[in-house]
Write a protein that binds this ligand. Structure first.
Ligand code: COA
Length: 260
């Protein structure tokens, strides 16, 4: 299954979404952002999809940013709309209650770094390059990079990267918490499969509720977020899954979780 600018492959309940403009280093033009939004909707609505992986075609880039040729033509109102539309699409991935993993296989610059940050987890190849170089183009990030980068790496480091536009390699990205792990390019697929497998072996409802608590709770006042957590904890107690998970422990066996 494919669209003009995306390749969509489904394997073992995992939807792999590959941005497929390798001749433009997978830069996100408006059409591609729209297709990403539809892919997020498909992932949300399909109970056969248990996890999503985002990656880029070719061996050079994850996504080298928003399409600069399109940016060049934007007036102020269109630019604001451009930002809002992209932010909404990226938020759809972040708000999926199924794990979304960025398999960062090269340049993740500008909108590419922002797309990776909207994912729940990031695995990078050793040749990956991250950065928010927008200031070099007389711009600021428009797909929530000014908000997600400080939340991931801390305000001081984020401001340094945002103001200098400096690119960083995979090891530095790992050391500041921008990525979860770094692997050699040939190991990327197996590393993603292993991580997804480790998640999907757990209680599916519990995994969804964890994501909801973190994603929705992070920007709530602390007490409200704790109330959300307690509510979701209560929902777990209403599920067969918690009954099975705790009983399996007591019976010294592996739990047999079922997907709804
Ligand atoms: N938007 C549009 N086109 C892009 C692009 C982007 N963000 N990034 C790369 N491309 C295109 C190039 O224009 C080139 O197209 P062409 O062959 O038709 O001329 C093609 O992709 C290959 O890129 P090129 O620059 O030749 O590759 P490189 O290996 O020399 O450099 C980068 C790679 C990533 C360092 C360089 O492409 C780059 O700096 N890209 C822009 C990154 C950026 O600023 N992103 C934030 C945008 S807000």
């Amino acid at each position: 299954m494919s669209t003009d600018n995306l390749r969509l492959d489904r394997r073992d309940g995992v939807l792999w979404v590959t941005v497929n403009r390798p001749d433009k280093l997978n830069a996100l033009n408006v059409a591609t952002v729209g297709e990403l939004g539809r892919a997020a909707d498909e992932a949300a609505g399909d109970s056969g999809v248990h996890a999503v992986v985002l990656t880029g075609a070719g061996d050079k880039a994850f996504v080298a940013g928003a399409d600069i040729a399109e940016l060049n033509t934007l007036g102020p109102e269109a630019a604001k709309e451009f930002g809002l539309r992209g932010q909404a699409v990226f938020a759809r991935f972040e708000r999926l209650t199924k794990p979304v993993i960025a398999a960062v296989n090269g340049y993740a610059l500008g909108g590419g770094c922002e797309l990776a940050m909207a994912c729940h987890l990031r695995i990078a190849t050793s040749n990956a390059v991250f950065g928010q170089p927008e200031v070099k183009l007389g711009l600021i990030p428009g797909y929530a990079g000014t908000q997600r980068l400080p939340r991931l790496v801390g305000r001081g480091r984020a401001i340094e990267l945002l103001l200098t536009g400096r690119n960083i390699g995979a090891e530095e990205a790992l050391s500041i918490g921008l990525v979860n792990r770094v692997v050699e390019p040939v190991e990327l697929t197996s590393a993603v499969d292993e991580l997804v497998g480790a998640i999907l072996r757990n209680g599916p409802t519990a995994v969804s509720h964890c994501l909801e608590a973190v994603v929705y709770g992070t920007d709530m006042p602390f007490d409200d977020a704790c109330l959300l957590e307690a509510t979701l904890f209560g929902l777990c107690a209403a599920s067969d899954e918690m009954e099975e998970g705790t009983r399996a422990f007591l019976e010294k066996r592996k739990p047999a979780f079922r997907r709804g």
